[in-house]
Design a protein around this ligand. Structure first.
Ligand code: URA
Length: 210
């Protein structure tokens, strides 16, 4: 059985995602909204982080508090739109380590080709959140996670903004052990590889390149 697909359908997330989808939303607002939603997705994606007891003194009494255990989490952005999610999550986890994976699609074979890969070297001791806003064909997310798995991370999750049934199925076929956290699962993928209704090209909207 495949790992979970958690759809974070909190009213604030739904409201902000609707604003992001609108054609007339400006680049500045799109960027801000992606960061805000990513913080909320990060909250959900980190729900099962391990804690340890931390004895402390409050101004009133000693107590045993809780602190995050182990090494800092790693946020891996799939270039380029994944950077928008990483930015938002950093507000929640300012000490996170950051990795980058760059993939492009070979025009002849249509297979993803890696052109950049830089992540912390000690992944085996760290939890990793792979960030990619649009889970469309799923090809780049599957390839990126395969590459990251070579470093044997302690745990892995995929965080996206909008998924579609085709992308979820492709990802779960490639990585049945990796949970997905997303703000929405839309209707379908169209013939051009765009999610319908989706929000268009997340990278272009985030960076204002079109
Ligand atoms: N990538 C995007 O940016 N948007 C889509 O709809 C699909 C892939």
């Amino acid at each position: 059985m495949a790992a979970s697909v958690v759809v974070v359908d909190h009213p604030l997330v739904k409201h902000k995602l609707t604003l992001m989808r609108r054609t007339d939303t400006s680049t500045a607002n799109f960027r801000r909204l992606l960061a805000e939603i990513s913080l909320l997705l990060g909250y959900e994606a980190t729900r099962d982080l391990k804690l340890r007891d931390e004895p402390i003194e409050t101004p009133v009494a000693p107590m045993v508090g809780a602190a995050l255990d182990g090494k800092k989490i790693v946020l891996v952005g799939i270039l380029r739109a994944g950077l928008g999610i990483v930015d938002g999550m950093l507000q929640l986890m300012p000490n996170a380590r950051i990795g980058h994976v760059g993939m492009y699609r070979d025009p002849k074979t249509l297979e993803p080709v890696e052109y950049f890969y830089k992540v912390p070297t000690d992944l085996q001791d760290r939890d990793v959140l792979v960030c990619d806003p649009m889970l469309a064909t799923g090809n780049s997310a599957v390839a990126a996670v395969s590459r990251i798995k070579k470093g044997s991370p302690a745990s892995l999750k995929l965080v996206c903004l909008v998924a579609c049934p085709e992308g979820v199925a492709a990802f779960q076929k490639g990585h049945p052990d990796v949970p997905i956290v997303t703000a929405a699962v839309d209707e379908r993928l169209n013939d051009h590889g765009y999610i319908v209704p989706g929000l268009g090209d997340a990278g272009d909207r985030l960076f204002g390149t079109k």
